[in-house]
Design a protein around this ligand. Structure first.
Ligand SMILES: [Fe+2]
Length: 282
């Protein structure tokens, strides 16, 4: 399939941010919602923590222009989990754009995320920026990979708007994040991904979820950024799976018109959560 065909299949969304100088983006990730409202991950009710995160988002001093929901949105890929998410996200007065994680089912998401606020577009265009959302999920696998189609779509978008700053978004980590147990469950074809990125000088940031922890490092002069889960956190630097005691959170990003990205992680520290830290897997 050619990049042109990809482009025809995946519509572009044009956003007019409230400011001409900055696009304000909220990233909420790894919500792990269950069909069952009482569903818990490591003892933590994921609907309660997601709702606490969303309430904190709605109190942001500067209202977001859009929300990026970056995968593992459902734990069980159920229609009930996606319906709950679609209904909840529809309450915001800005749109949500989404991509799939290893726990998700892309087709079910496409079917269930069909309201006026939860949008299917994978290329978001503003005056100065484009945001490109890639599907790195591989059915039945925990690791990620970008198909030829996804890589062609990325290349097409970067080619199409050489004068726009670009933020590339996916679920799996495309670099080593210094946790031994996460090494084999990141993006498998990270070299192919890097090869595309290196061809262009308009990529100003790479953003993902999956690792349930805060991460930000420069690679080849580009910020590579990951964000805590809206539920359970994983301990940075751990050799084996280890839940962290940090609170659920999200990231607020400012994409400036000169290509700079400034971002901050916010957590819902004022809400009590019960996480079973004795569990050694997820
Ligand atoms: Fe996750």
């Amino acid at each position: 399939m050619t990049a042109k065909n990809n482009k025809q299949q995946i519509n572009t969304s044009r956003i007019n941010p409230s400011s001409t100088d900055v696009v304000r983006v909220v990233q909420v990730t790894d919500c792990h919602i269950f069909a069952e409202p009482a569903g818990c991950l490591l003892g933590l009710n994921t609907r309660e923590s997601f709702e606490a995160v969303c309430k904190r988002v709605s109190k942001e001093e500067w209202k977001a222009d859009l929300l990026l929901a970056t995968g593992d949105l459902a734990q069980d890929a159920s229609t009930e989990a996606y319906q709950y998410l679609a209904d909840y996200l529809e309450r915001f007065d800005f749109p949500t754009f989404w991509l799939a994680g290893n726990h998700d089912n892309t087709q079910t998401m496409q079917e269930m995320f069909n309201n006026s606020k939860v949008l299917p577009h994978k290329q978001i265009i503003t005056e100065h920026w484009q945001i490109i959302l890639l599907d790195s999920s591989v059915p039945e696998m925990v690791h990620g990979s970008l198909s030829k189609k996804e890589l062609a779509f990325l290349e097409f978008c970067l080619n199409e708007h050489p004068n726009k700053h670009s933020l590339v978004v996916l679920h799996h980590h495309p670099v080593d994040v210094h946790c031994a147990w996460l090494k084999n469950i990141g993006l498998k074809n990270k070299k192919a991904f890097q090869k595309v990125i290196e061809k262009f000088d308009n990529v100003k940031g790479v953003l993902w979820g999956h690792i349930h922890q805060e991460y930000e490092q420069q690679h080849n002069g580009i910020p590579y950024i990951a964000t805590p889960s809206s539920c359970v956190q994983f301990e940075p630097g751990s050799k084996e799976f280890c839940a962290d005691t940090k609170a659920p959170g999200y990231r607020y990003l400012n994409l400036f018109s000169d290509g700079r990205i400034e971002s901050v992680v916010h957590r819902v520290d004022n809400v009590e959560f019960t996480v079973d830290y004795s569990i050694k897997g997820y």
